[in-house]
Design a protein around this ligand. Structure first.
Ligand code: B1M
Length: 210
């Protein structure tokens, strides 16, 4: 059984979706607890994040690792629900209005899910009104906004203003990220936090709900 858990860990590090899928299925068939398998996946993703921060992994390695993890997560999801694993918090995520770049945002969502957060992904081109409606409907702990274009960054500030106008700003934390975003910009528009990559986004989200 330990071998299978190790295979899952190694499969994620190597971005080997087939190995992850087979090992997760086999371990579940043998009665392994989904929580133990999830922990192996989270550990592996933590290691991927560390390797990325140290410059040993680049975006392609991080992406294939993330896809491998997503493959494992899809199999585990229904079992985790059955096992009633407590969520670390609910995040509503989206790429802001006018912006169609979603690779980084997807990576952030996968890393958050892999770390125990529940994520509602609103997709791309998400305007302030959609974020506000999602907060009213789902009551998340965190809104996570991504922007890759300098021209779409202002939509983040508009969303924060729209949350304030709807009386929701105190009820939800706002985190932002994306290539043109800086922590100065986050401060300027009144966001609660900024992170420059997906693994730091997890640390930020954890600190925001602590
Ligand atoms: Co476009 N694009 N693009 N593009 N594109 C950029 C962003 C650009 C920098 C390229 C360039 O000119 N050098 C440039 C923006 C210039 C600027 O505004 N300063 C640009 C442009 C101009 C455009 C178009 C306007 C081009 C055109 O049509 N003339 C157009 C706009 C379309 C639109 O959005 N309305 C456009 C279109 C596209 C494609 C559709 C072809 C494609 C997107 C496909 C997709 O996403 N499904 C695309 C791509 C692929 C890029 C580049 C090459 C790569 C982006 C990417 O996916 N990176 C990009 C150049 C570049 O970044 N080098 C570029 C990999 C990804 C993992 O990184 O998204 O940065 P990233 O996410 C990171 C961090 O930023 C962070 O974590 C992630 C992982 O570590 N992060 C967060 C992201 N979101 C976060 C949220 C968080 C926390 C962290 O908390 C909430």
């Amino acid at each position: 059984m330990e071998g299978l858990t190790q295979n899952i860990y190694d499969g994620i590090l190597e971005g080997d979706r087939g190995a992850v899928k087979d090992s997760v299925n086999e371990a579940l068939e043998m009665g392994q607890s989904p929580e133990i398998l999830l922990n192996a996946m989270i550990d592996a993703m933590g290691e991927v994040g560390r390797l990325f921060e140290e410059g040993e992994y680049y975006v392609p390695e991080m992406l294939i690792a993330a896809r491998a993890m997503q493959t494992g997560l899809e199999i585990l999801k229904p079992r985790l629900k059955e096992a009633d694993v407590k969520s670390a918090g609910l995040v509503v995520a989206g790429t802001v209005k006018g912006d169609l770049h979603d690779i980084g945002k997807n990576l952030v969502c996968i890393m958050l899910e892999g770390s125990g957060f529940s994520v509602i992904d609103l997709g791309t081109d998400v305007g302030p009104e959609k974020f506000v409606a999602a907060v009213q409907e789902h009551h998340p702990e965190i809104i996570a906004m991504s922007a890759l274009l300098t021209t779409t960054m202002p939509s983040m500030e508009e969303t924060i203003k729209a949350l304030t106008e709807a009386g929701l700003r105190e009820k939800v934390k706002v985190m932002i990220g994306g290539a043109p975003i800086t922590s100065d910009y986050a401060q300027k528009i009144g966001a609660d936090g900024y992170s420059e990559d997906a693994s730091r986004a997890v640390r930020l989200a954890k600190s925001l709900v602590a």
